[in-house]
Design a protein around this ligand. Structure first.
Ligand SMILES: [Mg+2]
Length: 237
C-alpha cells in the first residue's frame, strides 16, 4: 500500500458536483473498479465470446485488469495520464488476442491526451476519451454498427461530451444500451464476422466489457475520494 497518493488538497469528496478535479487516485479507483467488475462478469464475458468468438474474453480481461490493479497497488503514478498509460501498457503485455491492443490503445491514448497534469477536469476527461476512442477506431478499422466495442464506447463518449463530462452515469447508461443494441446486429469486424448471419442474436463481448469500463468510471465517481485502491475490502483477493 505504499506509494498511494491521497487527495489532501481539500477538494470535495464524492461525485455529483461535476466540478471537482480528478486526480491520480480517482483514476486508480476507476481501474480498480474495472478489475472488480471484470472479476464479477468474467463468466458472462466468456459465455458471450463462446457464442460468437473463441471463449477467451472473460479470462483475458480478468488476467489483464487483475495485473493492472496489482501494478497500481504497488506503485501509483503521480498523474491521471500516467495511471492510464501504465494500465494500457499492462493490458498490452498481459492480454492476448485483439482485446489487449485495443484496450491498451484506448487507455494509453486517453492517458496521453490528459498530459502530465496532477489533476484534470471532467470536460478534459471527456475530450481525452474521445481521442482514445478515435485511436481504437483507427486501429480496429471498425465503425458504429459493426458489432464491436465501439458500439458501447461511441455513444458513451457522445453522452460525456454532451454533458461536459459532468454525468458519468449518463455515459454508463449509454454504453450499456449500446452493448445491448449489438444483439440484433451482424458482425462486420473481428472474429465474429466470420460467422456472418450467425452472429445475429448475440450481444458482442467487446461491447459488453466496454460497458463495464464506463460503469466502473461511474462507480469510481460514486465511491468518492477517501476510498483509494487497497484501502477497502473490495476486490482484495
Ligand atoms: Mg475471444
Amino acid at each position: 500500500m505504499s506509494g498511494m497518493v491521497t487527495d489532501d488538497a481539500g477538494g470535495p469528496g464524492g461525485g455529483g458536483e461535476g466540478a471537482e478535479a480528478l486526480d491520480a487516485a480517482f483514476f486508480a479507483r476507476w481501474m480498480t473498479a474495472m478489475a472488480g467488475a471484470v472479476d464479477r462478469e468474467a463468466d458472462r464475458l466468456t459465455e458471450l465470446d463462446s457464442a460468437i468468438g473463441d471463449a477467451d474474453h472473460g479470462g483475458n480481461m480478468r488476467r489483464g485488469f487483475d495485473a493492472v490493479r496489482e501494478e497500481l497497488r504497488e506503485d501509483l503514478p503521480a498523474t491521471p495520464g500516467a495511471v492510464l498509460m501504465t494500465a494500457g501498457r499492462k493490458l498490452v503485455s498481459t492480454v492476448g488476442g485483439a482485446s489487449g491492443p485495443l484496450y491498451g490503445t484506448l487507455l494509453r491514448r486517453t492517458g496521453k491526451a490528459l498530459g502530465d497534469a496532477r489533476s484534470v477536469g471532467r470536460e478534459e476527461l471527456a475530450g481525452a476519451l474521445r481521442t482514445g476512442v478515435d485511436a481504437v477506431t483507427q486501429l480496429g478499422g471498425a465503425a458504429a454498427g459493426d458489432k464491436t466495442m465501439l458500439d458501447a464506447l461511441l455513444p458513451a463518449v457522445e453522452a460525456l461530451e454532451g454533458n461536459g463530462g459532468k454525468d458519468f452515469g449518463a455515459a454508463r447508461a449509454a454504453a450499456g444500451q449500446g452493448a445491448e443494441a449489438t444483439i440484433p446486429l451482424q458482425a462486420r469486424k473481428g472474429r465474429a464476422s466470420y460467422l456472418g448471419e450467425r452472429s445475429i442474436g448475440h450481444q458482442d463481448p467487446g461491447a459488453t466489457s466496454s460497458a463495464l469500463l464506463l460503469a466502473a468510471l461511474a462507480e469510481a465517481d460514486e465511491s468518492g475520494a477517501g476510498s483509494a485502491p487497497g484501502a477497502g475490502s473490495e476486490g482484495g483477493e
